[in-house]
Design a protein around this ligand. Structure first.
Ligand SMILES: [Zn+2]
Length: 445
């Protein structure tokens, strides 16, 4: 297995991790929680302080663990080998010259969206179901409740006496925009509507396998049902930290685990716990720096740039995992995730990412702390050992060459600007896809 085969480890499947050293697929081992308790709602600041103290070591409100960063550099990473860190940086792929604050209300600057109209309606009962009213978007509507602090188990993000959830509002806001972006709604609707799926002549572990396509031009009523599913999904999931206790966790930015103690959106549906790499959360909560994970290089990892990159990346990871959680909540664990059109692997998160960004984006040097920037490739690219259904063995053996492209940091920064979303509003998906140089770095796997 090549060094590149583990580049894209967000969650490769809903229930287990994949190790870069795996020689064969792992046996699924659904993880279940049976003793999740509710933390009582505080009624005043004194009660809040007391509850926070009481719950600090509570199993359902765990704090982030203390991390001892280990600097790492994958010298065999093709971008590092061929271009080198200094050139990657000089060409704008690692550090920004300066990092500006996110535009206030980015993505919501000029208009309301049907999704926001729905959420406003749920909260206030003041907007009718067609969502046509041209109302200003209130700040408290920027963020979908699925990202609210009450969905978090990690103390630093769950506690209202802690500043981090508030500080990371741009992440939740970006995740909301990605989740509700109208160019992707057809993907989610097509994925959920199993009656529109087509069976293909292959089986996976004895299960039927299907493919789906985007719902084209969904009606307002159909969109309204999607917003309802996403609204209800907030009750089916929890966010928590992925404790990195094994080497194979280091490249996992997040994963979705089945939580049978929580019901899903249908009779067969199940809840999920989505865990996010604890190092990423620790950096974003200011405990450690991304540069603590880099080997010495010139000029070195700029922490504000790395932090912005991680904010973008966390928003992407969360929505990626929500695709899995949504599938589990609606269709349970016995239905295999479908293929999107003619993609080679049926993995709803990666298929979503590939569609919205034009490829699969992962850290250069393969660690989630991302001290050396990001790279993009066609998905599934060099990924060869997976647990989800694959079609890549169908047909003649392809040449095992892929191209890797570095990701411009200015593009990452643009997601936090209103002008970016104005462009997306006008041009749709082409406004989002990741720009790449004419030539990438070829890599044989
Ligand atoms: Zn995934």
């Amino acid at each position: 297995m090549s060094s590149n085969s583990n580049k894209r480890r967000r969650a490769n499947d809903p229930e287990s991790y994949r190790s870069k050293n795996d020689k064969k697929p792992r046996t699924p081992s659904p993880t279940e929680w049976t003793d999740i308790g509710k933390t009582p709602s505080p009624t005043g600041s004194e009660a809040l302080a007391m509850i926070n103290a009481l719950t600090l070591s509570s199993p359902d409100r765990p704090s982030l663990r203390k991390i001892s960063p280990v600097p790492y550099l994958l010298t065999t990473d093709p971008l590092i080998q061929v271009l080198g860190l200094e050139r990657l940086n000089k060409d704008g792929y690692i550090n920004l010259d300066s990092v500006s604050k996110p535009d206030p209300g980015f993505g919501y600057g000029k208009h309301t969206t049907p999704a926001v109209a729905y959420r406003t309606y749920k909260k206030t009962n003041t907007i009718d179901a067609d969502g046509e009213q041209d109302v200003a978007v209130e700040e408290d509507s920027y963020i979908h409740p699925i990202f609210f602090r009450d969905r978090w188990e990690t103390q630093e993000l769950a506690s209202s006496s802690s500043p981090y959830w508030e500080e990371l509002k741009p992440v939740w806001q970006l995740a909301t925009l990605l989740l509700e972006e109208k160019v992707m709604s057809g993907y989610i609707m097509g994925m959920l509507d199993r009656s529109s799926h087509t069976e293909i002549k292959t089986r996976f572990d004895g299960h039927a396998v299907h493919w789906f396509q985007c719902k084209e031009r969904p009606s307002k009523q159909e969109l309204w049902l999607l917003w309802e599913d996403l609204w209800d999904l907030k009750n089916c999931i929890k966010w928590s930290a992925l404790e990195i206790t094994e080497e194979r966790h280091r490249g996992v930015s997040g994963t979705t685990k089945v939580d049978r103690s929580v019901s899903g959106l249908s009779k067969h549906g199940v809840g999920s716990k989505i865990v996010i790499n604890e190092n990423v959360l620790s950096i974003l909560c200011g405990r450690i720096n991304a540069s603590d994970f880099s080997k010495p290089w010139s000029p070195g990892t700029d922490n504000p740039s790395a932090r912005l990159r991680l904010q973008w990346s966390l928003a992407t990871t969360m929505v990626h995992e929500l695709m899995h959680a949504l599938w589990l909540a609606r269709h349970g664990t016995t239905s295999i995730e479908p293929f999107f059109r003619d993609t080679r692997f049926s993995e709803l998160g990666w298929q979503w990412e590939t569609l919205i960004y034009g490829g699969a984006i992962a850290p250069t040097s393969d660690r989630c702390e991302q001290p050396y920037g990001l790279q993009i490739q066609n998905w599934p690219g060099g990924i060869t050992h997976v647990r989800y259904p694959t079609l890549q063995n169908v047909g003649p053996e392809p040449p095992k060459i892929i191209e890797l492209f570095p990701v411009e940091m200015s593009w990452v920064a643009d997601f936090f600007k209103q002008s970016f979303w104005d462009f997306v509003e006008r041009y749709g998906r082409p406004g989002i896809v990741c720009p790449v140089p004419a030539e990438g770095v070829p890599f044989t796997y």
